[in-house]
Design a protein around this ligand. Structure first.
Ligand SMILES: C[S@@+](CC[C@H](N)C(=O)[O-])C[C@H]1O[C@@H](n2cnc3c(N)ncnc32)[C@H](O)[C@@H]1O
Length: 196
């Protein structure tokens, strides 16, 4: 599957990886940085999403759409769509450009705005990648978990790199009987929760 990434998707992935590397080395102001996941984490979430049960696939925190491209590959495989949320207009514009150039507009719906008030509208969430402002993780968790179908997966990034900031969220998830959870030491550390 990942040996045959469509050329347009591959080209945009490589471009964004290059831009992200420049951000990290060149002192781009923090709010302008793409802060996207590594290719390894992208593949990890795509592989997990490919095994998701029936239901909606969500991403919270699109940035320029790099991780969404990986999830779009899973959506093509599943014949389903991704709904991805980005609060900043500037990043949302970059993401739209990404989806257009990569030719994945048919499998990705971008919603511009804070994801939190929108999560109530879902009833059958099968997969969510949470990669947004750390302050919103707990609110998102409380909205997502009751709306997840059995076997659904939540992957939250930065569980190791930002463990202090995410302490309340991590404690809540690890102690919640509605999910089985563990921290996977990949990239910046992923909290993986499976709805029981
Ligand atoms: C770490 S970046 C996401 C990187 C992206 N997942 C990738 O790997 O390509 C976090 C993004 O989340 C967005 N964000 C933060 N809080 C949000 C919220 N409440 N709802 C939607 N987007 C949010 C930020 O504007 C930022 O672009």
């Amino acid at each position: 599957m990942f040996h045959e990434i469509p050329q347009a998707v591959y080209d945009r992935m490589k471009y964004l990886e290059h831009m992200d590397a420049l951000d990290r080395s060149g002192g781009t102001p923090s709010e302008k940085r793409l802060r996207q996941v590594s290719p390894e984490m992208g593949k990890f979430i795509a592989m997990l999403a490919m095994g998701a049960p029936e239901g909606v696939l969500i991403e919270i925190g699109t940035s320029a759409g790099y991780s969404a491209l990986w999830l779009a590959l899973a959506c093509r495989y599943l014949g389903r769509k991704l709904v991805t949320f980005e609060v900043l207009d500037e990043k949302a514009s970059l993401a739209l450009e990404t989806f257009r150039l990569a030719g994945v507009q048919d499998v990705v719906d971008l919603v511009t705005g804070d994801a939190r008030p929108c999560l109530d509208s879902f009833e059958d969430i099968a997969f969510c990648f949470l990669d947004a402002a750390k302050e919103v993780y707990l609110d998102c968790y409380e909205a997502l978990i009751p709306r997840m179908v059995r076997g659904a997966l939540l992957v939250a990034d930065n569980a190791v790199s930002h463990s202090a900031l995410l302490q309340d969220f991590l404690q809540r998830a690890m102690g919640d009987r509605l999910v089985d959870s563990l921290i996977v030491p990949i990239g910046n550390g992923a909290l993986l929760c499976r709805r029981v």
